[in-house]
Design a protein around this ligand. Structure first.
Ligand SMILES: [Zn+2]
Ligand SMILES: [Zn+2]
Length: 276
């Protein structure tokens, strides 16, 4: 662990052997690629082909001479560019079949549907390549472009405040707006890539909303929706009867006042132990 170099992107120490970026940047790289694969690219594909229309109504005039073009060319350009960025990332990892672009950079011919999960699987190798920091910068840029193209204007709601800006001295409360289906957002003040579940939960805790009154199965659903961890009502009952939820109180009938921190701790424990 002596003489670990600093991350070329953020300057923090690289604490893991042979990695070329720090663990936080490595984590961001993975989340960005997951976002592109699960939300960004599939949504942009719909936009590019006008299957989804954001912020505008379909033109229903009878004038056939002014029918809209079948594609959103600008969205298509972003789509192609973002996919090329993923293909270059795959090129670094030598994913076959491999071709070369105009600047002689290796670039796999695979599409984003194949690449996104594959890149996540090969993350341990990716974060050990010399170009990982530059690659992350390009992926970030691609995410920003894609995100700008797929965001439906006027439908954003306050989710919470940026968890990174909150750590400043003095703390800064930067509001984060997002649509209901967004899983991620970029802080407009500090540029941090945020997982909205974290933002929501931090907001709930900060607002002192420490208890939610729910039945057991509703509480389990709340945990699943807010953490993505597959928790059942039975799991909650087990934890509770084993004395792991001392602040959770019985209210009436099937209703309990669940302590949010305890719910989250149980979700975390569940995540660590897998299916147990
Ligand atoms: Zn870093
Ligand atoms: Zn921020």
């Amino acid at each position: 662990m002596e003489n670990t170099p600093d991350c070329p992107r953020c300057g923090k120490p690289i604490t893991i052997d042979r990695m070329t970026i720090c663990p936080a940047c490595a984590n961001e790289l993975q989340r960005r690629i997951e976002w592109l694969g699960q939300i960004g690219m599939p949504t942009l594909q719909q936009v590019a082909y006008r299957k989804a229309r954001f912020g505008q109504k379909a033109i229903r005039s009878g004038n056939k001479a002014f029918a809209p073009t079948p594609f959103d060319l600008e969205a298509q350009q972003v789509y192609v560019t973002a996919e090329a960025t993923l293909q270059q990332t795959g090129g670094i990892l030598d994913i076959r079949p491999l071709g070369y672009d105009r600047r002689e950079q290796p670039r796999t011919l695979r599409d984003w549907v194949y690449l996104c999960p594959q890149l996540v699987r090969q993350m341990p190798q990716l974060v050990r390549t010399p170009g990982a920091a530059g690659m992350l910068d390009r992926i970030v840029k691609a995410c920003d472009m894609v995100s700008a193209k797929i965001t439906r204007p006027g439908e954003k709601r306050l989710v919470g405040v940026c968890t990174n800006c909150l750590t400043f001295r003095p703390p800064v409360r930067t509001p984060i707006y997002a649509t209901e289906t967004d899983g991620y957002a970029v802080c407009p003040a500090c540029g941090t890539f945020l997982t909205l579940n974290d933002v929501r939960l931090a907001y709930l805790k900060g607002a002192g909303l420490l208890h939610i009154t729910r039945t057991q199965s509703e509480a389990a659903r709340w945990v699943r929706e807010n953490t993505g961890v597959q928790v059942t009502g039975k799991d909650l009952k087990n934890w509770r009867t084993r004395g792991k939820m001392p602040s959770t109180r019985h209210v009436e009938g099937p209703y309990w006042a669940w302590n949010i921190i305890e719910l989250l701790e149980c979700a975390e424990a569940r995540l660590k132990t897998g299916n147990r």
